[in-house]
Write a protein that binds this ligand. Structure first.
Ligand code: SAM
Length: 203
């Protein structure tokens, strides 16, 4: 049976970084629901138009938390979970739930907001991943049945923009065949713009 991937919106707004991640998740999974969207939040048109994307104003607890049999089929990807996600979990769970939180360094454990709701948790290893990476790794393990430890990763890659400018990303990514991190289309340009802005703001 096809899996459903849910990101529960937890941030105040939905910025460009999240938009690029969510477009990528919808494209890669073909079955992506962004839940708990406030009625006041205007979703970016490109995200709404991406095939595989579904917008849901209800929270995940309202959709899956009421019926125990339904709730038991939901797995929360939780950096603080005791158990790692394994290929066998592909049989146990139909729905994989992620926190709609931008990565932060050091991590502030905002996934705890979902942990409190009592969904079964699984960890994807000890390092913080971007949300699209966490979804990608979950698909590889639960759908392709490849163990977590067999996935090629790239930790804290340095993105070099030119001879003088580079930035280090404080996250774990999946490594592409060419040795580069898998990232959403447009993300490197966005990171470059953000880092230029941060430098401008210093002056
Ligand atoms: N710093 C964040 C926090 O406060 O929890 C982590 C945010 S991470 C960018 C977004 C989501 O990806 C998390 O809520 C979690 O669902 C998933 N995630 C990222 N790294 C993970 C890991 N190592 N294990 C399990 N889930 C992870």
């Amino acid at each position: 049976m096809g899996k459903t991937y849910i990101v529960e919106h937890l941030d105040e707004e939905l910025g460009q970084w999240s938009e690029l991640e969510y477009i990528t998740i919808a494209r890669e999974t073909g079955n992506f629901c962004l839940s708990s969207i406030p009625s006041t939040l205007v979703l970016p048109q490109e995200l709404k138009n991406t095939p595989g994307f579904v917008a849901e104003t209800r929270g995940v607890e309202e959709v899956y938390g009421q019926d125990p049999a339904l709730k038991a089929r939901v797995c929360l990807l939780d950096p603080a979970a005791k158990q790692e996600l394994s290929p066998a979990d592909g049989d146990l769970f139909d729905v994989f739930l992620f926190g709609g939180i931008l990565g932060d360094d050091p991590p502030r454990d905002r996934t705890s907001e979902l942990r409190k709701k009592g969904f079964t948790g699984r960890r994807l290893g000890p390092k913080q991943m971007t949300t699209d990476t966490a979804v990608r790794v979950t698909r590889i393990v639960a759908e392709q049945r490849i163990p977590l430890d067999d996935i090629p990763y790239l930790d804290f890659p340095e993105l070099k923009f030119n001879e003088h400018e580079s930035t280090q990303m404080p996250f774990r990514y999946v490594k592409r065949d060419d040795g580069k991190p898998i990232m959403p289309e447009g993300m490197i340009d966005l990171i470059r713009k953000d880092s230029d802005k941060a430098i401008d703001d210093l002056f």
